[in-house]
Write a protein of this length. Sequence first.
Length: 263
Amino acid sequence: MVIESKLFFAAFMIQSITFENMKFSIDHNSAVPLHVQAEELLRKMIEDPQFRNGKFLPNEVELSQQLEISRTTLRQALNKLVYEGLLIRKKGIGTRVSEKTVSSKSMNWKSFSQEMAARGIPIRNFELHISWVKPHEDLAHFFGIKPEEKVLKLERLRGRPEGPFVYFVSYFHPVIGLTGEEDFKRPLYEILEQDYNVIATLSKEEISAKAADNFIAGKLEIETGSPVLFRKRFVYDQAEKPIELNMGYYKSDSFIYTVESRR
């Protein structure tokens, strides 16, 4: 009798929710907080075809009742995904999955390739150009080099398989020793660390909105004058010496940049 009671209790405490051949569970006996479990459940739902790309999720009342968690707990999980740009909530209408929006966060800094891989977003290189150029005044000042000393310039047009959404321009300090013969299809900071023992440790960024000029509009396949998100990234090594200046131009309707601060 005791064994049967324990089995019954365990089964009762794991609440499941099923939607068209999907089954998700929350374990009320787990040491993992309920809102964290709910967040992971929602992430799985977002990836399922029946909810992907603009589809509405079940309402909060239905979800919280079926999972036997409070709406406050559920809302913690929903708020996190809304904050990341994965969900869109409209009062009186409901919560739906964002349509093909890429999100980048300022914490847990990684290279673009590493970040997109971690999010399961397939990335394609549409263009890749390498050249040696003389630095402009601001770049020479940032690197602390002479204006006549050439630097490696890397240009990449990147995006999802169906189309580009970001154009990157990077300049590298000559002291790194890059030759231009590297395989830049590999993650950039992997190349620096594994091949040159240069570890990108600190990133300082400036973010602004710009109107696309003819060149950027042509690259991103948008109309001239369309808004783009412009991100300038100053990258330093472990000794806080400058190693890269990166500039990224993002299609405004395909990218959300989020900043998380903790006090």
